[in-house]
Design a protein around this ligand. Structure first.
Ligand SMILES: N[C@@H](CCC(=O)N[C@@H](CS)C(=O)NCC(=O)O)C(=O)O
Length: 304
């Protein structure tokens, strides 16, 4: 197998989720530091426009979204699992709760707390993604956000009083997802107090921090693009799962978008449709033929 290439940036919470999985599995990988805002000239040619971080690359196969990346890493290095006792539904459901409910609550907390030090380019970039974003709107969202964090931390403290991890004795993808939201929330002092005033939760935070991040070796963005250019995509079987409800046929020109950023669409030729993953093939002047993989949950696919 080609090297695992992890496109991330240091301050990215969703990258921190993946770092914990890389640490749990003690995986050796190449790490590309991507910009935190557009343009991303060494990322978007690989993804066909998908701009978010993290992205995983293996040769000319490109994996978008931390949910799919987590599953791919588990398939590439199955032991130790991120789904202990085969508890995939509970682990993935808890990870989705953290990513989709808890994480959005941390955004107003951290952005208002750090408003004076956040680079204006970052704020403007995120406003281009979410036009309703403003400091006033973030301040108005603070009471509800504090409520979400308070209740989540109380529930976590109760759980961690009974066992060492979110779903029981062993680490799972749920720990990685909950951790990245609280790791980010620490940027706000009131959130920090909410988290670290709870002894079991505080201990769990220290334990996860101490796990580190696996075995990274730096790689430049140019080098990652060169790897794609000199490889062929391999991780798809040219099949549509029987009974797939979309009715899409292989080879169809399709557009893929996520439910939380539907205005950004990524186009290509459908080369695989599996229960948890869709794969589109595209050609790019700079990186050649690549296969871009998306999860099914939270993403739509349609013909163009
Ligand atoms: N659903 C995505 C969300 C990823 C996400 O929102 N990442 C943030 C950084 S942590 C991002 O890409 N923000 C915009 C950017 O960096 O350009 C995932 O799970 O990977």
């Amino acid at each position: 197998m080609s090297e695992i290439i992890f496109h991330q940036y240091a301050m990215s919470p969703f990258s921190e989720k993946i770092r914990k999985i890389l640490a749990h599995k003690d995986i050796a990988y190449r790490e590309v530091e991507q910009p935190a805002w557009m343009p991303k000239p060494h990322l978007t040619p690989l993804t066909g426009g998908y701009r978010r971080i993290p992205v995983l690359q293996i040769g000319a196969d490109i994996y978008c979204d931390s949910a799919l990346i987590a599953r791919k890493l588990d398939a590439a290095a199955p032991q130790p699992s991120i789904y202990p006792q085969g508890n995939a539904v509970a682990a993935e459901a808890t990870a989705l709760w953290a990513d989709k409910l808890l994480f959005p609550a941390t955004v107003p907390l951290v952005f208002t707390a750090l408003a004076d030090v956040i680079p204006p380019e970052l704020f403007e970039d995120r406003r281009a993604m979410f036009p309703q974003l403003s400091l006033d709107a973030l301040r108005a969202a603070l009471p509800a956000a504090r409520g979400v964090l308070h209740s989540a931390c109380a529930m976590l403290e109760q759980t961690l009083t009974r066992h060492a991890h979110v779903l029981g004795a062993e680490f799972s993808v749920a720990d990685a997802a909950v951790y990245h939201t609280l790791w980010f929330a620490r940027g706000d002092s009131t959130a920090r107090e909410t988290i670290y005033s709870k002894p079991k939760l505080a201990q769990w935070m220290h334990d996860l921090e101490a796990m580190g991040c696996g075995r990274p070796q730096p790689m430049s963005g140019e080098e990652a693009m060169q790897v794609a250019r000199s490889s062929e995509p391999t991780d798809f079987d040219q099949s549509v799962d029987p009974g797939d409800p979309t009715g899409l046929a292989l080879g169809t020109a399709v557009a893929v978008a996520s439910d939380d950023l539907p205005q950004s669409v990524f186009t290509g030729r459908l080369v695989a449709l599996r229960p948890h993953e869709m794969v589109i093939e595209r050609r790019d002047e700079q990186v050649g033929r690549v296969a871009v993989h998306f999860p099914r949950a939270g993403y739509f696919v349609r013909t163009i």
